[in-house]
Design a protein around this ligand. Sequence first.
Ligand SMILES: C[S@@+](CC[C@H](N)C(=O)[O-])C[C@H]1O[C@@H](n2cnc3c(N)ncnc32)[C@H](O)[C@@H]1O
Length: 301
Amino acid sequence: MPTKTKKKTKPARKGGDRAHRYTAKTADRHELYQLSVQNVEAEIDFVDATFTQLRGRPGRILREDFAGTANSACEWVRRRETNSAVAVDLDEPTLEWGRTHNVERLDEAAQQRIRLDCADVRTPGSHGRGVDIVLAMNFSYWIFETRDTLRAYFESVRDSLDDEGVFFLDFYGGSDAMSETRETRKINRHLTYIWDQAAYDPISGHMSCRIHFKFPDGSVMNNAFEYEWRLWTLPEIRELLAEAGFEDVLVYWEGTDEDDEEQGNGEFTPVKTGDADPAYICYIVAQKKALKVVETQERPE
Ligand SMILES: C[S@@+](CC[C@H](N)C(=O)[O-])C[C@H]1O[C@@H](n2cnc3c(N)ncnc32)[C@H](O)[C@@H]1O
């Protein structure tokens, strides 16, 4: 996933020095993904605090859509004994990896509060009602490439939420997002992550992206993950959420690091207008019912 070349990087995951024993042949791609792409602690910090601010109480039931290894859902149930989660993904082997490597590392009680379901996010079955929070992170919803398919997914999320429910998505944009380019980032001394925007078609907005990993012995795990999706714009997503019936759609923009204006500071606040950053990641927070009027800043600080 993109991590901002110029500005506003999702904070690096803590303790990312575990992949030392790997070469391209022996490494586990899911472990590498969790180390280099995800920061579920920071993500759940934001989700937990924002929901509590909006509703005056903590959330309880969370659904992680496009869950992959269910890393965020595990972090949610780890937080509080009143928290429960369901993680939904189409790919059973990836969910199975999550059961073995993430769920089984939770304490017994937390394991009872999480379920991993192999299903399409548009037909979530038994967890299709009364959910407090739905997550669609790391731009996974971009696999829906037409307005109709994306709106239909958003409508099914709205229907799944309790009336007090909130939908959280992340978004990547800026002029860099539209270029065919590679971003290389050293995760630790044993692992280099390569985000490859391999092809972009300005007419359809279709984009092909890849993740590769490089190791100290010179070996490379090419195409560890491949994505075919549409590069949407932020106004399009806001409009589609509104068309799907979300009564309030807010954008939370990242502040700027005091010492380095090229970097984000990890703090996201609701804004009316953004900055023309060449690369940014922001959160979109959609309330099913506009139960709280949120004060937005004119511009990010
Ligand atoms: C980029 S991964 C997301 C992993 C993780 N949630 C994250 O934030 O990094 C996208 C996942 O979406 C899943 N997926 C794609 N289409 C789906 C659908 N229609 N329903 C459920 N899962 C889907 C894929 O199997 C894949 O595991």
